[in-house]
Design a protein around this ligand. Structure first.
Ligand code: APR
Length: 238
């Protein structure tokens, strides 16, 4: 795959997973021996059951994740994607990530399928607060006393409707759909590359390791860092 597919496409969508943020220093979930879920069972700390039945483990895990992410920032790959949006090479970013790095780097059209660590909300009344209310504050809703929790999609929860609908609309319009850094193992997010393909888009998958959807792709790039691949394409687009 060369950058001319990007130049030729009049509607390009990028779909990112945790592999997009590892070069910023954040761990992903399933990379062998260093992914977050290699060290702990997500159902015990990142599920609606954990929130209800083991709030201490839940709060401890997410306090660490929120504070951990605050020490990192977008890398060149995020900035290249934001530049392509400004130059008209990229129309939409769909992300499974909750770190907010695409927006920090300047991307404006971003659909966060799995929510964000940047805000928390009350589990009872839904009122929103900055994440600091959860990491430093009482952890309780000032309005109703309910428990605060990060505004991320927990295992067992539905995805937020508006970002999902926007992502679907963009995917159905895509002429080129580029996956960056996802194992494509978590549904329903992992359906988007197939919807793109069914809608007639070219599908490109850039992921260090093989994914279950590689066989549907028009081009697959394994074993390379996303930052290097995006930098190479960016040079070719100049
Ligand atoms: N360059 C290219 N690929 C990379 C890089 C990199 N620098 N770093 C990691 N990868 C690849 C890994 O090989 C891995 O296959 O990115 C992929 C990340 O996959 P996961 O860790 O499974 O992350 P993701 O696909 O985003 O997980 C989906 O699962 O736990 C839930 O809600 C969570 O959004 C997350 C969802």
């Amino acid at each position: 795959m060369e950058a001319n597919w990007i130049r030729e496409s009049s509607y390009t969508v990028v779909f990112t997973g945790a592999g997009m943020s590892t070069e910023s220093g954040l761990p992903d979930f399933r990379s062998a021996n260093k992914g977050l879920w290699e060290q702990r069972d997500p159902s015990k700390v990142a599920s609606i059951e954990a929130l209800e039945n083991d709030p201490q483990a839940f709060i401890g895990f997410y306090r660490k994740r929120i504070l951990g992410a605050s020490g990192y920032e977008p890398h060149r790959g995020h900035r290249i994607l934001a530049g392509w949006e400004q130059q008209g090479f990229l129309q939409s970013v769909i992300t499974q990530n909750v770190d907010g790095f695409h927006q920090d780097a300047g991307s404006r059209h971003v659909s966060e399928l799995h929510g964000t660590l940047r805000t928390v909300h009350c589990q009872s009344c839904g009122r929103s607060y900055p994440a600091s209310e959860f990491t430093e504050g009482s952890g309780r809703c000032a309005a109703c006393g309910g428990m605060l929790r990060p505004s991320v999609v927990l295992f067992g929860e539905m995805l937020p409707e508006a970002p999902f609908e926007q992502a679907l609309t963009d995917t159905e319009r895509a002429e080129l759909f580029i996956v960056l850094g996802s194992s494509l193992t978590v549904s329903p997010a992992n359906q988007f590359p197939l919807v793109a393909k069914d809608s007639g888009a070219r599908l490109v998958i850039v992921n260090r390791e093989p994914t279950p959807l590689d066989r549907y792709a028009d081009a697959v790039i394994h074993g390379r860092n996303i930052g290097d691949v995006l930098s190479e394409w960016d040079e070719q687009l100049k």
